[in-house]
Design a protein around this ligand. Structure first.
Ligand SMILES: Nc1ncnc2c1ncn2[C@@H]1O[C@H](COP(=O)(O)OP(=O)(O)OP(=O)(O)O)[C@@H](O)[C@H]1O
Ligand SMILES: [Mg+2]
Length: 109
């Protein structure tokens, strides 16, 4: 389904249905499929709960909930990262994503 993503007219997402993280913070790879129901994240300190919420926050414009530098986001030992998600909107599901590819233009963080 093709949906216009112009900021003024884009349908407002109401839920995240799927999220895939690659080399994001402590996640080498995470595939998470959920429903539109509310979710409770539980886990020991430092397991990655806030990192997951931070990833969701990167699906909207801005620096994310931690206002992190780009160099802090890639999993330690890596330089490129990505977030891909399916969000539900009143116009139906929409695929969105963001990330940083450092192979050629940011060798020295
Ligand atoms: N760029 C990174 N690469 C690898 N690991 C990272 C990176 N940034 C943060 N981390 C790791 O993420 C972990 C913290 O994750 P997070 O803050 O999401 O935990 P949490 O589950 O919310 O913990 P708490 O219950 O204390 O709030 C730490 O172990 C930290 O070392
Ligand atoms: Mg936390």
């Amino acid at each position: 389904m093709a949906v216009c993503l112009d900021r003024k007219t884009a349908p407002v997402p109401t839920a995240v249905m799927r999220i895939t993280l690659t080399n994001f913070r402590n996640y080498e790879k995470l595939h998470l499929k959920v429903t539109e129901q509310p979710i409770v994240l539980t886990g020991t300190n430092g397991i990655g709960k806030t990192n997951l919420i931070e990833a969701v926050s990167f699906l909207t414009p801005g620096r994310g909930l931690r206002r992190a530098r780009l160099s802090e986001i890639a999993r330690h030992g890596t330089s490129s990262w990505s977030i891909a998600a399916t969000v539900m909107t009143p116009a139906g599901p929409v695929e969105v994503g963001t990330g940083l590819e450092c192979a050629t233009y940011c060798p020295h963080w």
